[in-house]
Write a protein that binds this ligand. Structure first.
Ligand code: F6R
Length: 242
């Protein structure tokens, strides 16, 4: 794993943005894996700005998001469909047909998971996957104890995850109990992974990722087995390497 240490959230976002825009420019057809949550918001702002300044076009990218809550309508303000529209897709020139998120309202979740895997496979797998890090070590919504072999599946969200994500909802009771997520196997098949980590709240999780053995009890630890992972972490998340 390569670690790029940056000063703060802004520099983390800018660094990730430069890496991704470099790939978008280089490759005719880029398959980009995307995350939601607080971590990638600055990255999306930076990519939107580059687009508005005429420096980049997203016409030829195809995107796959990691996850979506179950039973939240796509227009619900807390759905990840809504998040992605408002924070990224509505502001760039990506064709709608190139955007993929798991459907949390699907009538058959088993079918939805299989189809999502199939779409990723048909797109030629993910070229570069953006990840945030859960305080409990989750990546996507692969919670502690998830098999490393699993592909897209339905999860019961950890109580810690629901509590952490309640900051986006009115109340913890409103946070869905289940979600669909790409599995660890999907993530590990990405050709390149960018893990973004910012803030003191992530310090312990990042230290565990770096120092502990690979274990399904700490899902992000699997990244140590991937050939092309870059962690971009700020000082607050990685104080010991100051
Ligand atoms: C979001 C996702 C999650 C988040 C993680 C960190 O699509 O897959 O793994 O990346 O929960 O969330 P934030 O960035 O809000 O700290």
């Amino acid at each position: 794993m390569k670690i790029i240490k940056v000063t703060d959230y802004e520099e983390m976002s800018q660094t990730a943005c430069n890496i991704i825009l470099g790939k978008v420019k280089d490759k005719k057809h880029l398959v980009l894996g995307l995350a939601t949550g607080s971590t990638p918001e600055g990255l999306y702002r930076c990519m939107i700005q580059a687009y508005k300044e005429g420096k980049i076009s997203f016409q030829n990218i195809v995107t796959f998001n990691l996850d979506e809550y179950l039973n939240l309508h796509q227009d619900h303000p807390n759905s990840y469909h809504h998040y992605m529209k408002k924070k990224f897709f509505d502001h760039i020139d990506i064709p709608k047909k190139n955007i993929h998120l798991p459907d949390g309202m699907a009538t058959s979740y088993i079918q939805e998971c299989q189809q999502y895997d199939e779409k990723i496979r048909r797109a030629g797998n993910i070229d570069i996957q953006v990840l945030g890090l859960g305080v409990n070590g989750h990546i996507g919504f692969n919670e502690p104890g998830t098999s490393f072999k699993i592909r897209t599946h339905v999860v019961n969200l950890d109580q810690i995850t629901r509590k952490t994500n309640s900051k986006f909802f009115r109340d913890i009771q409103d946070v869905p109990k289940k979600a669909i997520t790409m599995g660890i196997a999907n993530i590990m098949e990405s050709k390149e992974i960018l893990l973004l980590v910012s803030g003191k709240k992530k310090e312990l999780a990042l230290a565990r990722l770096i120092n502990e053995e690979i274990s399904e009890q700490f899902p992000a630890s699997i990244l140590k087995r991937h050939q092309n992972v870059t962690i971009i972490a700020d000082r607050a998340a990685l104080p010991n390497l100051c």
